[in-house]
Ligand binder design. Structure first.
Ligand SMILES: [Cu+2]
Length: 468
């Protein structure tokens, strides 16, 4: 049933504000999820997208550390679906719907799940092109030590009225534009002011032309306004965009980074933070005693466009925020990454194996791992119980956010020497960059390893690691 705009507003507000959860109500969670079409309004036009709702009819899943996810996944969307529990390291390989033949059939309820939830800011999303149609939702498990701090979830998306198949076709037909013979003219993307090239003309971002960028399903023309109280609050920001990295800014509010990809880091103050596709960011912000309205912004890398939400105390004047910033954001880079220190590092020990993972770009919008597109090469191998270091090397002109399923690796080298970097499940590998992560392969199975740029993944940049 299509929601009215009003119902949608209510639903969004309820989703994004997480006051202290009643612990009793969650002691015996009966979480089940329903996947269905819904209507939203973008730039004054109706759009049919997907949604994933829990038994409370709200988007996604909220729980407390120690809870399990139990229940059925009911696919009412009418489409085949492959659903991935992004960040859940305690899901068995066989519970992860990204397995070959593991799709959720249309209009069919599935067997009951029962998996212990991984604490932190995680999410669930389609592992096919329907991710572009907002088939994604938060999967937040509040940490036992998070305290009674009010929270808001901010889910970012890049949005197009075109179908993902049309977008993919467009990338194929414009195949030359990101290759060696770069055509600056093609980067003028219909008024979207995509500034695709760096000064050197080598680095490239934003290869998809989007109609809008959404934060909690809204643009800044009509943003999600979240009512807040003076004092500390926690923002859980999820980059659910398919092909877009953002710079996150809390503007006038002092912000402290406390977790990335659901993993705690030594808290650091930061005014502007890069967030690649699939990554999550937990910020503590302080709403001042006098209150007010505060924009939390996500600006597209190397572009003017931005989206965001407004945090507002009761009665605050809310100024309009433009969907274009005054100056373009830079390309995302590893400066922020280098400043992070894991609070839950892997035990210190030598690696049992080193996997070289060369990311590649070939004519025809073909993206590869070690020279092969998905299914052209045998999976990578790792011994069960081994410590493996994966060295990602990126000679291409685009950043690749590399994601490993079922594990939280540790970033140990950004090309500047070893460091006690953050635990994550998505690491950005910038053009020309070499990034090494350490992972303890402690679960048997076949775990996907891929670029979280949806169209790179769909065009070949995906493999898996067989752990046995
Ligand atoms: Cu990529």
């Amino acid at each position: 049933m299509p929601q009215t705009r009003r119902q949608f507003l209510i639903g969004t507000a309820a989703l994004t504000l997480l006051p202290a959860l009643p612990r009793l109500a969650l002691a015996a969670p009966t979480a089940s999820l329903t996947i269905a079409s819904r209507q939203i309004e973008v730039l004054g036009k109706a759009a049919t997208v997907f949604g994933i709702t829990g038994p409370d009819r709200k988007s996604g899943l909220r729980a407390r550390e120690g809870d399990r996810f139990t229940g059925l996944v009911d696919n009412q969307s009418g489409e085949d679906l492959i659903l991935h529990w992004h960040g859940q390291v305690l899901a068995r390989n066989t519970d992860d719907r990204t397995r070959p033949n593991g799709g959720v059939q249309p209009n069919a309820s599935q067997e009951a799940y029962d998996l212990p939830l991984t604490a932190g800011t995680h999410w669930m999303h389609s592992h096919t092109l329907s991710e572009q149609q907002l088939l994604a939702a938060p999967m937040v498990t509040v940490e036992a030590d998070a305290g009674d701090v009010p929270e808001a979830v901010i889910m970012l998306h890049d949005f197009a009225f075109r179908s993902p198949a049309e977008i993919a076709d467009g990338l194929l037909s414009a195949q030359g534009h990101h290759m060696a013979g770069m055509d600056m003219g093609k980067m003028d993307m219909g008024g979207m002011k995509m500034s695709g090239m760096s000064m050197a003309g080598m680095t490239h971002a934003n290869d998809v032309e989007y109609d809008a960028y959404l934060a909690n399903d809204r643009t800044l023309a009509d943003p999600d306004v979240i009512t807040v109280q003076p004092g500390l609050m926690r923002l859980r920001i999820i980059n659910g965009a398919t092909a877009t990295a953002f710079w996150i800014s809390a503007g006038a509010l002092a912000a402290q980074v406390v977790a990335v990809d659901g993993n705690k880091v030594a808290p650091i103050p930061r005014a502007s933070i890069p967030l690649a596709q699939g990554q999550r960011l937990d910020l503590l912000v302080q709403i001042p005693p006098e209150g007010g309205a505060f924009a939390i912004l996500a600006q597209v890398e190397n572009a003017l466009m931005q989206t965001g939400v407004i945090l507002a105390t009761s009665g605050a004047q809310i100024a309009k925020v433009s969907s274009e910033a005054a100056t373009p954001a830079p390309f995302v880079d590893l400066t922020f990454e280098a400043s992070l220190t894991a609070l839950n590092p892997l035990p210190v020990k030598p690696a049992d194996a080193l996997l070289h993972i060369a990311l590649g770009m070939e004519p025809g919008y073909r993206w590869t791992i070690n020279g092969a597109a998905h299914d052209e090469a045998a999976p990578l191998q790792a011994a069960l119980g081994s410590r493996v270091e994966m060295m990602f090397m990126n000679p291409t002109m685009m950043m690749h956010p590399m994601h490993l399923h079922g594990h939280h690796f540790q970033v140990v080298d950004l090309g500047l020497g070893r460091f006690n970097g953050p635990r994550r499940d998505v690491v950005m590998v910038p053009p020309g960059g070499t990034v090494t992560v350490a992972v303890d392969f402690d679960k048997a199975g076949e775990w996907f390893l891929h670029c979280h740029h949806l169209y790179h993944m769909a065009s070949g940049m995906m493999t898996s690691v067989t752990v046995a």
